[in-house]
Design a protein around this ligand. Structure first.
Ligand SMILES: Nc1ncnc2c1ncn2[C@@H]1O[C@H](COP(=O)(O)OP(=O)(O)OP(=O)(O)O)[C@@H](O)[C@H]1O
Ligand SMILES: [Mg+2]
Length: 374
């Protein structure tokens, strides 16, 4: 049985006439039926928040049910308040939250099911994917993600910093329209938990150095993640692949080296069909390099990135500086323990990072960190 939880909203535009917003609440039973008792066969993924199951509701709608593993300390009222705020946020390039379940210790988020899975599994995955990512599709994905992120950063109030921009959080619908997932979830976690998982080395490849080392969470750390993602979209490979020869392992490092040599086109995915526009692809790579500069202040805002991608603003490389990146994150550990005497502490959350990471460039950022708004 469904019920609705009416709440006064105060977060962003799109309010109903009565000023009251409702988040649809499913019973656990209903979701059990929809997912065939959360069967292994219906499990479509697992991330830092918990497991995700495909399900079909009674009315035939397909959903993705994300069973949260670390939220039980949050009361039901508080949980529903946070979710009402998130479910209010609607945009073509954001995944829609359609409801939730909060019974006892169970906390489940129910999203629209996206047919074509994530960019991680389709464009970058090692498993066979039948999707052909021609140049037109890649342009649409790159621009769509930039639009969605610009919306979160600059249009809604309060702004939202995503904190975990990466290929597995970019889902694709049947027309390959990209949808950013997992925005606004930081407040659902207990204060000492982290959803930035170290299980997948690739996750760290998206983390801006100031975020990975000092824990500074700003819009500019999202922009760094977007820059890495943009390079991946153009090059059709993961940011890090330790099976490749040393000089090819880190996509950002390789792209920068080719940029300096004046041979940027060499890094473009060779699998792109005849519709490849080399000039536009090189422009996108340059935008990716602008987004991943060491100094946070030099990275462009998302709305500027969007205008550069769509040709409404020139891409100026005059003052570009070398990207800073982590070249050895084997020993980078995210933990909730207090740091030891030689360890670096996060400044904006309770997480701490210990590291023996080598940097290609010393950190020299002038941006002041801000709190994530969610
Ligand atoms: N709405 C959805 N529709 C279709 N598949 C989804 C949906 N949401 C998640 N998935 C699938 O489930 C996988 C796991 O998602 P989840 O967000 O839990 O983990 P993640 O994105 O890999 O890591 P993180 O927890 O850091 O976000 C995704 O990679 C995607 O393949
Ligand atoms: Mg995710």
């Amino acid at each position: 049985m469904n019920c609705c939880f009416p709440l006064l909203r105060g977060r962003h535009a799109g309010e109903g006439d009565d000023g009251v917003h409702r988040v649809k609440v499913f019973s656990c039973n209903e979701l059990r039926k929809a997912t065939q008792n959360f069967s292994e066969a219906n499990k479509i993924g697992e991330g830092g928040f918990g497991s995700v199951y495909r399900g079909m509701l009674k009315d035939g709608t397909f959903v993705a049910a994300k069973v949260l593993s670390a939220t039980s300390r949050q009361g039901i009222g508080e949980f529903l308040t946070e979710l009402t705020a998130i479910s209010d946020i609607k945009h073509e390039n954001l995944v829609t939250l359609i409801g939730c379940c909060a019974e006892g210790n169970h906390r489940i988020l129910v999203y629209n099911y996206l047919e074509n899975n994530s960019l991680q599994q389709t464009l970058l995955g090692s498993r066979y994917s039948s999707i052909q990512f021609n140049w037109e599709a890649r342009v649409k994905i790159a621009i769509g993600v930039a639009r969605g992120l610009a919306f979160l950063h600059e249009e809604i109030r309060p702004h939202i910093i995503h904190r975990d921009i990466k290929a597995s959080n970019i889902l694709l619908d049947k027309d390959l329209t990209p949808k950013i997932s997992d925005f606004g979830l930081a407040r659902l976690l207990p204060p000492n938990a982290t959803h930035v998982s170290t299980r997948v080395a690739g996750t760290l490849g998206y983390l801006a150095p100031e975020y990975a080392i000092r824990g500074q969470v700003t819009k500019k750390s999202d922009i760094y993640g977007y820059g890495v993602l943009l390079l991946e979209i153009v090059c059709g490979r993961c940011n890090t692949n330790t099976r490749l020869p040393r000089e090819d392992q880190f996509l950002l490092e390789k792209t920068w080296a080719l940029y300096e040599e004046g041979h940027l086109e060499e890094v473009i995915d060779a699998d792109i069909d005849d519709d490849l526009d080399v000039e536009e692809a090189c422009k996108f790579l340059k935008i990716g390099l602008l987004c991943t500069q060491d100094a946070m202040a030099r990275r462009p805002h998302m709305s500027t990135v969007f205008r550069m991608l769509t040709g409404h603003k020139n891409v100026s490389m005059e003052k570009i500086t070398k990207p800073a990146m982590i070249t050895d994150f084997a020993d980078l550990k995210i933990s909730s323990k207090p740091p030891g005497p030689n360890e670096t502490t996060r400044s904006s959350t309770s997480r701490s990072f210990t590291t023996t990471t080598e940097m290609t460039e010393p950190f020299s950022s002038s941006d002041t960190p801000t709190q994530s708004s969610m």
